[in-house]
Write a protein that binds this ligand. Structure first.
Ligand code: TYD
Length: 212
């Protein structure tokens, strides 16, 4: 079978990381070659960018510097991890990709979708997954979940959850707009309810769209 690239998206607290792992487990149990990775992260450069973006820094990142770093890391991630895995026939499951930049930097930080998409075209050639699973949760529930986690997080962390409700609402709305704009690529999945129920929704959406 040919390789395939799938991204998971959603606001903080939507449960996408849990669902990505459950899908990976299910596919591996079927004997499929599965590569899981994440953004920011996934390469040494990605990890360095992750700590610049998500850890408290003595020198706070300017929003445009943050944006440029995320795209630099993505170019590295595509060349070093995602493209080779897809080419050898693996199923690549990526925790966040370019849609996260459009949602968080474009809408959340207010840099605008145009700037994000332009950089995307210049730096990453507009690369997109075959399928993007967007876990959709109302921002209030997401915020409540995320804040529980925020309280547990180490003090050196600088999480987007801390940006508050209005920020997360802009992020959630941007994801819905992306899903409406690109219905062929994106599946919007209701992320409320039990983990097992969401797992079945994710499986049905992925299996139907990818012909598994
Ligand atoms: P996430 O990967 O969801 O981490 P965790 O599983 O630890 O919650 O969080 C990464 C954070 O980085 C998330 O708050 C969204 C943010 N982010 C951006 O702002 N822009 C991006 O392009 C990406 C990939 C992530």
């Amino acid at each position: 079978m040919p390789g395939v690239f799938v991204s998971f998206e959603g606001v903080d607290g939507s449960g996408k990381t849990t669902q990505l792992e459950l899908l990976a487990e299910r596919l591996r149990a079927q004997g499929r070659d599965v590569v899981t990775t994440r953004e920011p992260g996934g390469t040494a450069l990605g990890q360095a960018v992750r700590s610049w973006v998500l850890e408290a820094q003595a020198e706070p990142l300017a929003p445009r510097a943050e944006l440029a770093l995320l795209f630099a890391a993505r170019a590295q991630h595509l060349q070093q991890v995602i493209e080779p895995a897809r080419a050898r026939g693996a199923i690549v499951l990526c925790d966040r990709f370019t849609d996260a930049t459009e949602a968080y930097q474009g809408a959340g930080r207010g840099l605008g979708a145009e700037l994000v998409r332009e950089l995307d075209r210049l730096i990453c050639g507009g690369a997109r997954p075959e399928l993007t699973l967007i876990l959709d949760l109302d921002p209030e529930t997401a915020l409540a979940r995320a804040q529980t986690r925020l309280r547990r997080a180490a003090s050196g962390e600088n999480r987007f959850e801390a940006e508050g409700a209005a920020f997360l609402r802009r992020v959630a709305e941007a994801y819905r707009a992306i899903a409406r704009r690109e219905p062929e690529r994106c599946a919007l999945i209701a992320a409320s309810g039990a983990i097992e129920a969401v797992r079945e929704r994710v499986w049905r959406a992925a299996a139907a769209r990818l012909g598994w």
